[in-house]
Design a protein around this ligand. Structure first.
Ligand code: GDP
Ligand code: IMO
Ligand code: MG
Length: 422
């Protein structure tokens, strides 16, 4: 058996949560491999909308196990909040949710450092979700971090205090940055008690044994390829590897055990936070996409920046991830337009470019577009792909031909049921 991977090909918020939930019945285990509560994955079914931050999006399906892998960073406060919110749904977390002992913990002071660092950057800020992601991964790679396994150790409090003291020292370098640590710590410790009540596992053994036993595993990505720490638009990125390779390090899965890679993209493109976005529309067209697509952050509520779909960027993401099939999301949102643009190349200094450039942050990148007829029809009640308007089929076929990967799913609304399989 191999591990399938589902991940975002743009700047996050592609609709990963919805599609993981749609695919979950085909799997035995859903595993998150990187990121943390900077993620906001939305699922809608039976008239209820759920937003998950740490918990994998397979949690609502019975008989499926969910794992928070070693590559994830966990904020016990947010984690407890997520479990509390799900209480009315009678999910047996003890049976269905497992946490890697090697996952790192976000301390209250990581969030404070994140905030202080962003303030100090002024107009160069990353636009972080301020969940402490960057500082926690810094402590992980700096070999100072606290892991879930540590909470069971007799000297946990000592380890915790050593790291807190280091952070207090760091915070003293930021002028006029005030905080109330005791209040945050109280909440944090309550979250640790909740974490302790779940099963902490050696997740690499857990998953590899499951594979040997013939179980089907889906790895759920967070963020998107263009936010990857190595291949994204650095420094305007997150602090983890969001790409397929992140599954290997974030779960302990060998590269030759990776199966299908499902890449998810919106029929247009969005980005939240700072950094380059070549096809961004700063006019009323961008505003129409934002309103029609309800493009406001699931985690922070911030308005998302909107633009046309970008094939230079998508081809790059498909190459880095080894994508084997595509899901195209939010096709219904484009129903408002007479014509739809697709960026096929960039023009930089008068030259036509087809490879995503290194210095995209500094260059004047002009997108080159082709224009296609829109479908101008409501798609949200469509039952099958065959019944889709011809203009939508043309759009899908054009993208498939250019990207050289089949689009096996087209999403036409936020609900689980508004999903067309091709
Ligand atoms: P994720 O982070 O990749 O899981 O995506 P988010 O949940 O942050 O953002 C996707 C948003 O689009 C959510 O509000 C979803 O409910 C919504 N959504 C997902 N698929 C569709 C779709 O096909 N059409 C529409 N209109 N909304 C969708
Ligand atoms: P999901 O999983 C969209 C963005 C932030 C910021 C940058 C760094 O829901 O797709 P961080 O908090 O990681 O230090 O922020 O990355 N970002 C996301 N944008 N979707 C996400 O997750 C994101 N997680 C982080 O806006 O620009
Ligand atoms: Mg999201």
């Amino acid at each position: 058996m191999k591990v399938d991977v589902l991940l975002g090909l743009q700047w996050g918020d592609e609709g990963k949560g919805k599609i993981v939930d749609v695919f979950t019945p085909k799997y035995d285990i859903i595993a998150r491999f990187q990121g943390g509560p900077n993620a906001g994955h939305t699922l809608e079914f039976e008239g209820i909308k759920h937003v998950l931050h740490t918990i994998p999006s397979g949690i609502f399906r019975e008989n499926v196990l969910n794992l928070v892998g070693n590559g994830v960073v966990i904020d016990p406060i947010i984690f407890k909040g997520e479990l509390d919110k799900l209480a009315p749904f009678n999910i047996d977390f003890k049976k269905r949710l497992f946490i890697s002992k090697k996952a790192h913990l976000i301390l209250p002071t990581h969030k404070l450092i994140d905030a202080a660092s962003e303030i100090s950057k002024g107009k160069n800020k990353i636009g972080s979700t301020l969940k402490g992601i960057g500082p926690t991964y810094m402590d992980k790679t700096g070999r100072n971090g606290l892991r879930v396994g540590d909470i069971f150790s007799p000297n946990f409090k000592e380890k915790y205090q050593t790291l807190i003291d280091k952070h207090i020292g760091m915070l003293s370098h930021y002028e006029e940055f005030n905080y109330d640590l005791p209040a945050l710590e109280k909440e944090w410790m309550a979250g640790i008690d909740v974490l302790k009540s779940l099963d902490a596992v050696d997740s690499e053994h857990f998953l590899n044994k499951a594979l040997l036993a013939g179980k089907k595993i889906l790895a759920e990505g967070a963020q998107g390829t263009m936010l990857d720490i190595d291949f994204g638009t650095y420094p305007f990125v997150t602090s983890s590897n969001t790409v397929t390779a992140g599954t290997c390090t974030g779960l302990g899965i060998a590269p030759n055990k990776i199966g299908n890679v499902i890449g998810i993209f919106k029929a247009y493109c969005t980005r939240v936070g700072s950094g380059p976005f070549p096809t961004e529309l700063l006019d009323e067209v961008g505003e129409s996409i934002r309103q029609e697509g309800r493009e406001f952050g699931s985690t922070t509520g911030r308005p998302r920046r909107c633009g046309w779909v970008d094939l230079v960027q998508l081809k790059y993401a498909i190459m880095i991830n080894g994508v084997t099939e595509l899901s195209m999301m939010k096709a219904d949102v484009l129903s408002i337009f007479d014509t739809i643009k697709i960026c096929t190349h960039y023009e930089i200094d008068g030259e036509k470019i087809s490879d995503f450039p290194y210095d995209v942050n500094d260059l004047d990148v002009k997108p080159i577009y082709i224009e296609m007829d829109g479908w101008k029809k409501d798609l949200t009640a469509l039952g099958q792909y065959n019944d889709a308007p011809i203009e939508l089929k043309n759009y899908v076929e054009y993208l498939e031909k250019e990207l050289n990967v089949p689009i096996s799913l087209v999403s036409v609304g936020p609900d689980r049921k508004q999903t067309l399989l091709k």
